[in-house]
Design a protein. Structure first.
Lengths: 121, 121
DNA sequence: GAAAGTACTTTCCAAAAGGAAACTACCCTG
DNA sequence: CAGGGTAGTTTCCTTTTGGAAAGTACTTTC
């Protein structure tokens, strides 16, 4: 009979479980190569069209942009509005909820900048 | 002749470029399914062996754990110390540098918790 | 009526990521 | 000398991710 003798200690508290779940949630929502880039751009730019984003986000292709925008919209972090112009245009904007990510993005940027400095000297 | 007429505006400032690079650096260092989980565990647990981590981090396999630990060590976020015990044991610990990630991890957790609450109500 | 702009979608493919299971190798205890 | 513990590595496989290129569809401008 196989018996596991030791068990998890550190991560076994309710507080830890909630934190682990929360980080997993966050990273799942922000998964993929371009989410932060798109969100950062929309936080700065307020309201941009599809082609604007394609130009702002260097390297992204239309397929990925389209897919990432859909993901972000489904999580209510950005909004998509079709304007009745000629030709019709679409405006993507950060939502109130999406703006709450600003501190998260700031921390990531801050850490990355500090990391660079500590590595190069 | 194909000509691109409009150019990037929002992300074209030096400040933005540095931020974009910094976030990309950070996410590349913390890439993969398990990095935050491992770091979080080591921040809490201070010093754990390979088998301890395998038990703490539910779902991870030894291959992934081994690989992720190597990644983190190569970026000086954790340390690996072979203890001259019988049988020899290995202790993984968070480094001083690794601890600087605590605010980043906290922000991610905080946001994830708030997200859950805003979704369910 | 051709060119260029809007906003995408589709197809096809390559590379990266991740996991289960087995295997190595060494040590201690009963 | 079997069983269980230490710390991994290796193999084989599936899934996921991401990108290039082309296509769709409709409109305005020259």
């Amino acid at each position: 009979m196989k018996t596991i003798k030791k068990k998890s200690v550190v991560n076994n508290t309710p507080v830890c479980q909630v934190r682990i779940q929360a980080i997993s949630d966050t990273m799942s929502i922000l998964s993929g190569k371009w989410k932060f880039h798109i969100l950062g751009t929309l936080i700065e730019g307020e309201s941009l069209g599809f082609m604007d984003l394609l130009r702002e986000i260097e390297g992204i292709g239309s397929k990925m942009l389209s897919k990432e925008l859909q993901d972000l919209e489904s999580n209510h972090l950005i909004s998509r509005t079709v304007k009745d112009t000629k030709p019709i245009t679409v405006k993507y904007a950060i939502t109130k909820h999406g703006k709450t990510l600003a501190p998260v993005i700031d921390e990531l940027a801050k850490w990355g900048i500090a990391y660079r400095q500590s590595v190069h000297g």
